[in-house]
Design a protein around this ligand. Sequence first.
Ligand SMILES: Cc1cc2nc3c(=O)[nH]c(=O)nc-3n(C[C@H](O)[C@H](O)[C@H](O)COP(=O)(O)OP(=O)(O)OC[C@H]3O[C@@H](n4cnc5c(N)ncnc54)[C@H](O)[C@@H]3O)c2cc1C
Length: 371
Amino acid sequence: MSAVYDTIIIGAGIAGSATAYFLSQKGQKVLIIDKKGIASGGSGAAGAFVSPKIGKGGPLQSLTNEAFSFAKDFYLKHFPAYYHQSGVVRIPKDEEDAAKFSSYEPFNENSFTKLNVEELKELGIKVPFESFFFPEAGACDAPDMCRELLKGIDYIQYEIKEFALENGIWQLGDYQAKNVVLATGYENSLFDMRYMGVKGTWGTRGDFRSNLPLKVSMHQSMSVSANIDGMIRLGATHEKSIKVPVVCQDEQALGLKEKASTMVDTSDLELVETFCGMRAGSRDYFPLVGRVIDVPFMLETYPSIIRGATPELKYMENLYICNGLGGRGFVFGPLMGKYLAEYIIDGKGIDKRVNPDRLFFKWCRKILQSK
Ligand SMILES: Cc1cc2nc3c(=O)[nH]c(=O)nc-3n(C[C@H](O)[C@H](O)[C@H](O)COP(=O)(O)OP(=O)(O)OC[C@H]3O[C@@H](n4cnc5c(N)ncnc54)[C@H](O)[C@@H]3O)c2cc1C
């Protein structure tokens, strides 16, 4: 393995893997580094459902649905063996939510049909609410998908504790590169990137052996997958009180089984394995894709920033980020990886909705408020 690369990516979850894929498709020599292994963070815990967002519209819903459209086409075209297009039924949470579903309908930008209670029953779903069915949605085999994205790309298992720029080249231990992409998930602290507000939300999923002939996946306040090769995935919990990773708890997965019993017959589900991890979200729930601002320089050079000044931004040289994919890494990953590769190689502007710059001046003013 040669030690000099065009780009080194730190973090081999879906964000890093998708970025690596698009950079190498464009001819770059890429190295990806992960301290624990491919898909060893949140991406390995993910049920990896890939479905649209429903609701009353708005920028996050449109971006999510664009990303969904891109992701399912991308997976089907390039990695069909690792994307199970079972379709996903979106079930109202309760009577109140059911009453709102008709107002969500105009914002369903992806193909869908409505299923009544009888039709749901035929699919093995026992809920008393008319629901949306998105036939193009599905779920990925998360670690396999990351591994496939990285096929042919150099990978090493190694923990990056710090690294620096020397004569315009990033030095990471024995490895060197012109560009570095940070795709480290909830551990976003290799540089001062507090303005992005990345934080983790702990979650658990369980994989259960079952003979239940479920052909479709579904989501109410949790997800139940179709039965794929005798396994049904239940996910996921949102355990906000857990701030640092802990050992996976079977009780959490069994709690999901209990909750799923309001949707499907769970009587033969037998827990095989519990997975858990952090989802890394940004301050405003939009992804973070683009360059990294030189925060110490900006704060020292322009102290008036915290009083509302907005001087020109200075960035860390050739340092990029792909993060903040929240609970939808497998929906956002491909489009965000493509955006970043097009930015780094073709100089195409980063979509403002995901550019982390959006958060910087607001965060600076917050520093003042807290003083
Ligand atoms: C229980 C659960 C269920 C989920 N279900 C879904 C779902 O159904 N659909 C969906 O789309 N998304 C789902 N998600 C969300 C999805 O997992 C995340 O969006 C995704 O993990 C984000 O990927 P990432 O690459 O940004 O981060 P991660 O997957 O966390 O990857 C970051 C990687 O960086 C590595 N790293 C960090 N610091 C360093 C360092 N200093 N040196 C070297 N390596 C480092 C870590 O080891 C890790 O492997 C779920 C998440 C959880 C936890």
